[in-house]
Design a protein around this ligand. Structure first.
Ligand code: ADP
Ligand code: MG
Length: 415
């Protein structure tokens, strides 16, 4: 086995592991099943890419999105790592041949393929170095993005009991973590949690009155790259047009755009030092742009997990960055109605509680960061000095009473 520090320097070009990376890599190399909870941008990919090089055999990487896999493969190949994916967009015969010949360090597979009998038979014929499960919160119904196919991974894992398994996710509250451990057969002592605090992000949360005017006002004073999250494709198009009309470069991004347009808009944003991306939540996963200075939520996010993940795209370079949420009671009311209409009966109480947690973040007069970090099971200091409530303590009567009234209207009935 090659020395991990040597691989870190020679292949990845880094002098030091960051945060819990060393501990996670060490566990994987020792063959111990592990669940690593690491914030976005913390460097989760390296935690399976490096062991994939150090250990004999091919690493399977379970990953939910084709676009994400292809980005990962491009950056792995740039480092000289032999990686491929088995999706409808790939040349299946070539990939299978390389896999069977043991020519791949990493094979990325979506959960719906990884759980088929055909793939399981294929995987039986090749020595595996490890099985990495990215976005592992998808395995849990408590998580914010449950995908039933993740549940079926137990079959594949069962086929390879002796192969080291590593589950990774950026966002999982304590209950979701416990569930991931059970679902993926990882013992409790396999849980490694790295800190969630993003001290360079300044949090601001206030009610929305006129989204367009408020967003333009914020952007006027904040020149660097920015993402404005909106709730619908239509809003993304119109927000991009409004911003562009104000003289600032802006483009839309949402799942309704042609994939070539999406890729071109993303590339333009990544290359720019001033552009605004007006986007739905389809934008962001796997995008590596370290200098995003501002993230604005012009529509209320779906949950605290979603808010944390989306705001986490700001300031990955460690320089000061800002997150602004413009919420409305109407959004909460709609989210509530949607739960009643669409969530399975046994999920409704949980979904309502999730929404209530977000409402608590919105209406608090306490430190926002403290509320956020406690949600993820941390015990933060009571004040951070870098959020709206710490910087300008709100006048309880004027601000929070309004918030409380609006929210209680949105939550009226038995909540
Ligand atoms: P995550 O999947 O946790 O969001 P990534 O794996 O995409 O994060 O890594 C985020 C960025 O951090 C990448 O640009 C990566 O090259 C960089 N990175 C990872 N590990 C280190 C390290 N030990 N030192 C410096 N930069 C690192
Ligand atoms: Mg990642």
């Amino acid at each position: 086995m090659t020395d991990p520090h040597q691989l870190l320097r020679q292949v990845f070009g880094f002098d030091h592991f960051r945060g819990v990376q060393e501990e996670v890599v060490g566990r994987v190399l020792a063959g111990r099943p592990t669940l690593a909870i690491m914030p976005t941008g913390a460097g989760k990919s390296l935690c399976y890419q490096l062991p994939a090089l150090a250990l004999a055999g091919t690493a399977l990487v379970i990953s939910p999105l084709i676009a994400l896999m292809h980005d990962q493969i491009r950056s792995a190949e740039a480092l000289g790592i032999k990686a491929a994916s088995l999706t409808s967009a790939d040349d299946r015969d070539t990939v299978v041949r390389r896999f069977l010949n043991g020519e791949l360090d990493l094979l990325y597979v979506a959960p719906e393929r990884a759980t088929t009998d055909g793939f399981r038979r294929l995987a039986d014929r090749v020595p595996l170095s490890l099985i990495a499960i990215d976005e592992a919160h998808c395995v849990s119904e408590w998580g914010h993005d449950f995908r039933p196919d993740y549940r079926l991974l137990t079959k594949l894992l069962g086929d390879h009991q002796e192969v080291p398994r590593l589950a990774l996710t950026a966002t999982a509250d304590p209950r979701t973590r416990a569930d991931i451990l059970v679902q993926l057969g990882i013992p409790e002592d396999g849980l490694i949690v790295s800190g969630f605090d993003r001290p360079n992000i300044r949090y601001h949360i206030r009610p929305r009155d006129q989204a367009g005017r408020q967003v333009l006002g914020l952007l006027a004073e904040r020149p660097g790259p920015a993402i404005v999250y909106v709730s619908s494709r239509k809003d993304a198009d119109s927000m991009a047009a409004t911003i562009a009309a104000s003289g600032r470069a802006a483009l839309p991004y949402h799942a309704g755009l042609d994939s070539q347009v999406r890729a071109a808009n993303q590339a333009a944003f990544v290359a720019s030092e001033e552009m605004v991306m007006a986007a739905t939540i389809a934008f962001g996963m796997g995008i590596d742009k370290p200098d995003v200075r501002t993230v604005i939520h012009a529509g209320t996010p779906k949950s605290i997990e979603a808010y944390y993940q989306e705001t986490g795209r700001a300031g990955r370079d460690g320089d000061p960055a800002e997150a602004h949420m413009l919420w409305s009671a109407g959004d909460f009311a709609l989210a509530r109605q949607r739960i009643e209409r669409e969530a399975a009966p046994e999920r409704q109480a949980d979904e309502r509680a999730r929404l209530q947690s977000l409402a608590a973040l919105v209406e608090t007069t306490e430190c926002r960061r403290a509320v956020l970090l406690r949600h993820f099971g941390e015990t933060p200091p009571p004040t951070c000095g870098n959020c709206d409530n710490c910087l300008e303590p709100p006048h309880t009567v004027e601000v929070t009473e309004v918030a409380r009234k609006l929210l209680s209207a949105a939550f009226r009935t038995e909540m």
